[in-house]
Design a protein around this ligand. Structure first.
Ligand code: NCD
Ligand code: ZN
Length: 346
C-alpha cells in the first residue's frame, strides 16, 4: 500500500535568494514546494530601507517562472543607522515582516551589521511597540571565542540582555545549532521562537571534517557535536510550536565553496521536504511534520496557514539533481548521505 501524507503547503522562515542570475536559478527550487519565505537581506549592498526591500521584492516577483505563485516575506538588515520610522512604515504597509540582526562579521555579507547594540535601541523599542519580529543570527564574533561556542555565548552575552532591555520584543533565534539554543527557547515565553534548518537535523561536525574536508557541509552557524544534532531533532519533532522550519538554504557556486577560503552555506531548497519527511519518519513523528513546516511559523508571525497543500508519497528512492545550473556557475544541492523515499507532488 502506498503511504501518502498531505500537509498544508510549507513556508520557509529563513531563505537566501540572492539576486540577478542566481536569484533566477534558485527561486524556482523554493517556489516548487513552498508558498512563502522570509527573505534574508544580506545582499551586497544589503537591503536596509523599506525602499530597498520594495525594489528587491519586485525583482523576486519578476524572477518567478510564469504560472508560479510564491510570496516573498521581506526583511530589513539592521544597521547602526537604521531609522525606526522607516522600519515602522515598511511594517505598517505590510511589505516587511521582520528585521534581521547580524552581529558585524558573523557570516556571509554581514560587514554592515551591528557592533554597538546601544545604537539600535530605538529601533528595537519601536519593533517591540508594533510587534515586528527581530530575526537574530545568534553568534558572537569575538576572536577569543571558539567558533563552536559562539551560539551559546551569544545567548548569555547578547540575546538575553537585549530581550531583558526590550520587553515585548518578539525574537526568532535563527538556525539554532545547539542544545543551549533549544533550552533557551524552551525556558522562555511566547515572544521567542526558533528556526531549525534541514541540514542541522542531518549533519554534525564530523560530516564536515572526517575523511577529508567537505565544503558543501560548511555553513554558519557551523554544525556542532552529535548531542546537539539530537537535541535539534527532538525539538523539531516534539510538536512544540516555538520551533519551525527555516532552511537557511544559502546558494554559493561550487567555485566559491571548493576553494582555499570557501563560503559558508548549504543549498537545501531542492530536496528539503523529502529530507524532512525522512527525518520525521525516523523519529516516529510524521504527524508533526506539518506543524514544523506549515503551522508553527505562521502562528508565530501572525499569518494564516496556507490553504493549498502538498502531498508526499513514500516509494522507491527519489532522485534529485546533484547540482543546479545557474548563470553564475553550478551550485551543489545538499547531499543528506542517505537515500530519500518521500516524493513531493504539488
Ligand atoms: C548564509 C549566506 O551564505 O548568506 N550562510 C550560511 O552559512 N548560512 C548566511 C547566514 O545565514 O549565516
Ligand atoms: Zn541564513
Amino acid at each position: 500500500m502506498t503511504q501518502t501524507l498531505t500537509i498544508a503547503r510549507p513556508d520557509d522562515w529563513h531563505l537566501h535568494l540572492r539576486d540577478g542570475a542566481m536569484l533566477r536559478a534558485v527561486l524556482p527550487e523554493t517556489a516548487r514546494h513552498f508558498a512563502r519565505a522570509i527573505i534574508m537581506p544580506n545582499l551586497v549592498p544589503p537591503v536596509v530601507t523599506g525602499a530597498d526591500a520594495a525594489a528587491y521584492r519586485d525583482r523576486i516577483l519578476a524572477a518567478l517562472p510564469q504560472g508560479t505563485t510564491f510570496e516573498p516575506l521581506m526583511t530589513l538588515y539592521l544597521t547602526e543607522d537604521t531609522d525606526p520610522a522607516d522600519v515602522a512604515a515598511a511594517a505598517e504597509s505590510g511589505l516587511v515582516k521582520a528585521v534581521k540582526l547580524y552581529p558585524a562579521g558573523a557570516t556571509t555579507n554581514s560587514a554592515s551589521g551591528v557592533r554597538d547594540f546601544d545604537r539600535v535601541r530605538g529601533v528595537l523599542e519601536k519593533m517591540a511597540e508594533i510587534g515586528l519580529p527581530l530575526c537574530v543570527h545568534g553568534e558572537v564574533t569575538d576572536s577569543d571565542i571558539d567558533i563552536f561556542d559562539r551560539e551559546a555565548v551569544f545567548i548569555d552575552r547578547v540575546l538575553d540582555p537585549i530581550r531583558r532591555a526590550t520587553p515585548g520584543l518578539r525574537v526568532v533565534m535563527e538556525h539554532i545549532t545547539t542544545r543551549d539554543g533549544v533550552e533557551y527557547v524552551k525556558a522562555n515565553d511566547t515572544d521567542l521562537g526558533a528556526t531549525i534548518t534541514t541540514h542541522h537535523l542531518v549533519i554534525n561536525r564530523n560530516h564536515i571534517l572526517v575523511g577529508g574536508i567537505k565544503p558543501h557541509y560548511y555553513c554558519l552557524p557551523v554544525a556542532k557535536r552529535e548531542e546537539h544534532r539530537l537535541a535539534l531533532r527532538t525539538a523539531a519533532t516534539s510538536g512544540d510550536t516555538r520551533f519551525f522550519l527555516g532552511t537557511d538554504s544559502a546558494p554559493h557556486t561550487d567555485s566559491n565553496k571548493e576553494t582555499a577560503c570557501g563560503c559558508a552555506g548549504c543549498f537545501t531548497a531542492t530536496n528539503t521536504l523529502s529530507i524532512l519527511a525522512q527525518v520525521f519518519e525516523e523519529e516516529g513523528a510524521l504527524d508533526r511534520l506539518e506543524g514544523f513546516t506549515s503551522r508553527n511559523g505562521p502562528a508565530f508571525y501572525g499569518l494564516p496557514v496556507n490553504e493549498a497543500t502538498v502531498t508526499l508519497t513514500k516509494g522507491d528512492a527519489v532522485s534529485y539533481p546533484a547540482k543546479i545550473i545557474t548563470g553564475e556557475g553550478e551550485v551543489t544541492v545538499f547531499d543528506p548521505g542517505f537515500p530519500l523515499h518521500w516524493a513531493v507532488a504539488g
